[in-house]
Design a protein around this ligand. Sequence first.
Ligand code: GRF
Length: 215
Amino acid sequence: MSLNQTPPLKKIRLGILVSGRGSNLKAIFQAIESGELSQVEIATVISNRPSAQGLLYAEEKGLNTTVFRPKLFPHREAYDQALLDYLKQQGIDLVILAGYSRIITPVLIQAFPQRILNIHPSLLPAYGGKGMLGMAVHEAVIAAGEKESGCTVHVVTEDVDAGPILGQRYVPVQPDDTSERLAEKVLAQEHSLYPEIISRVAAALLNQPKGVTVQ
Ligand code: GRF
C-alpha cells in the first residue's frame, strides 16, 4: 500500500438470525444501504427455517445465507454449537436476532457476551418471557387495557427477554386499536429503533473491541 492510501475502515460483521417475515432484517439492510448505518456489514443471514421470508429476501439481495435445520441435531446445545462454529468461521462480531424463534442456549450466549441483541415487541420487562411471542404480546396488551406499548432492544442473556435494555420506543394504544393495528404501529417503530441501536453498539465495539459497555 502506498503512503497516501488509507486502509479500509474495519466494519462490525453482523450475523443476523431470522425465522420469519424478516422485516427487521430489511430495515437493517436498508439502513446500511442508505448510509445511516455505516459501521456494519451483514456477513451472514442464518435461519432455522428454509422457507423463512427473511431468508429469501437476503438471497434476493445477494447476502450470504445459511440454514441450520434443527432436526439434524440431537439437542439445542448441539445446534447452538454448530451455529457458534459457523459464526466464528465467518468472523462475526455481533449477533442480531431479528424475529428468531429459537431460545438461545448458554453455549452461544457465553461465547458472545453482550454481543447478541434481540428486539421484542413490548416495553420490557412488561409482556416478555416464555410464551410472549408475536401476536400473543399485542393481544395481551390490548386485553389488559394498556394505554401504551412499544418495542425494546436488549442484550441477550440467559434469562429470556430480561437482558440489559439498550433502547425502547413508545407507541400509544388507542381505545379502538386491535391487536393487528397495534402490531403494525409497534413494528414501524422497531424498524427505526433496531438500526439506531445497532449503530450505537457497533460504534462502541469499534472503540473498544474487547466488549460493549452497556449503558
Ligand atoms: C418482531 O415483532 C420482533 O419484535 C419479534 O419478532 C418480530 C419479527 O418480525 N422478535 P420480522 O421477522 O423482523 O418482520
